[in-house]
Design a protein around this ligand. Structure first.
Ligand SMILES: [Zn+2]
Length: 401
């Protein structure tokens, strides 16, 4: 599944209707959440998506305002309540919260509407809202492949997202690489390539935050500056994503599509050091700074982009256990007598004399672990841990790396 995003054009009338519909979605979401809570408190039993769809039908019969819009676009709010409860029960996430007037609902999706394409433009007309139009760019031309149509309101405009059922194509190089992500270097590859760390420029956002803070609560100036800050934050997010897309595309195109990375628990790594009131932690500020620089590297997005890009190039991304990947020697497999600290930038093996950048050494270890996990149906391209393609395609190719 791939998602393609297009900036939509819509007239003022459609814009107004969209705002009205998103307000209704917020009320519907909050109503559905309240209905579940009430039902559980009164009867001790839970209601599900199907019961709530029934309630929506009743509501549409009784209220003209709800009848005005498309039934299957409205369904989006109910599906989202269902998903929020699934995350709460199955993934241990927080209890679903009501959507406030300020944050609201910014998007909705439908499985029932397909767009129309006429060469240059794509269109979709939604009942009660109006017509959306966007410029086609050749990424998605087949309307039968569109599974989900999503409308997203963002600070810089309205966007249409088409979630398509695209089959991966086989192309590109046949090489396997290991990647070590870090804070000193953004990423080190087992073929020796290193990408420098990423430090986002926050000056514009800081300036706009200060300007917002100076405004009086409830004033028109505050409203304007709030929107301006939202646009700046959104632009920063787009920039960050574009940077990452450039990086991950380069890795898959020029370095390898069989990729091994460390299976990092980012949430645990970036937990606060504050502790509890009974047993307060130490170096809380320092830990917060480290957390910020870890999160600035966007490892989660980095991995998920690599995952789908590798898959669509006919390769695979595997996650390996990060244990000892930094400490072990990638040449002889020995562990150092004295453990490496964060300040040691070079790896020097006391057993075999191997010397390398510490992060490159780690990425080679990641690759060694990953080779056993690739599921290539016997056609796995043979490589050595140094990234050189292996000439010998014999049966011991996994053992000799
Ligand atoms: Zn060694």
């Amino acid at each position: 599944m791939r998602t393609y995003t297009y900036k939509a054009k819509l007239n003022a009338h459609t814009h107004r209707n969209l705002t009205e519909f998103l307000t209704q979605q917020r009320l519907l979401y909050n109503g559905a959440l309240q209905e579940r809570i009430d039902c559980y408190q009164k009867t001790g039993e839970s209601i599900g998506l199907y019961d709530q769809r029934g309630s929506l039908t009743t509501l549409r019969r009784e209220d003209e305002w709800f009848r005005k819009f498309d039934r299957w676009c409205q369904d989006s709010a109910l599906v989202r309540v269902e998903r929020a409860f699934k995350r709460f029960f199955r993934q241990g996430r927080g209890f679903p919260r009501f959507k406030s007037y300020k944050r609201g609902v910014q998007s909705f999706e439908t499985l029932q509407k397909k767009p129309t394409f006429n060469g240059k433009y794509g269109y979709v007309k939604l009942k009660g809202i109006g017509r959306f139009r966007w410029r086609q760019d050749g990424r998605c031309d087949d309307r039968t492949k569109v599974k989900v149509l999503r409308v997203v309101q963002r600070p810089t405009g309205v966007f249409i997202q088409l979630v398509c059922d695209d089959k991966p194509q086989r192309l590109g190089l046949n090489q396997a690489i290991g990647i070590d992500v870090g804070v000193h270097l953004r990423a080190a590859l087992s073929d020796g390539t290193v990408f420098p760390r990423h430090t986002p420029d926050r000056t514009e956002i800081r300036r706009k935050q200060r300007a917002l803070n100076r405004c009086e609560t409830g004033s028109n100036g505050r409203k304007k500056r709030r929107a301006s800050l939202a646009r700046a934050c959104y632009r920063a997010r787009v920039r960050r994503h574009n940077d990452l897309h450039r990086l991950t595309s380069e890795i898959v195109k020029h370095h390898g599509k069989w990729i091994a990375v460390e299976d990092l628990d980012i949430q645990a790594m970036t937990a606060s050091a504050a502790g509890t009131a009974a047993s307060p932690g130490c170096q809380v500020k320092q830990k917060a700074g480290l957390n910020r620089s870890i999160l600035d590297q966007n490892w989660g997005t980095f991995f998920s982009q690599l995952d789908y890009k590798a898959a669509s190039a006919g390769g695979q991304l595997v996650r390996v256990d990060p244990k000892h990947t930094t400490q072990r020697c990638s040449s002889c497999g020995g562990l150092p007598i004295k453990a490496l600290t964060l300040n040691d930038r070079w790896y020097e093996c006391t057993h075999c004399g191997y010397r390398d950048d510490r992060d490159v050494n780690a990425s080679k270890n990641v690759l060694l672990k990953g080779l056993a996990l690739f599921d290539a149906g016997g056609s796995f391209p043979a490589v050595s841990a140094t990234g050189r393609p292996n000439q010998d395609m014999g049966p011991d190719r996994h053992g000799t790396v």
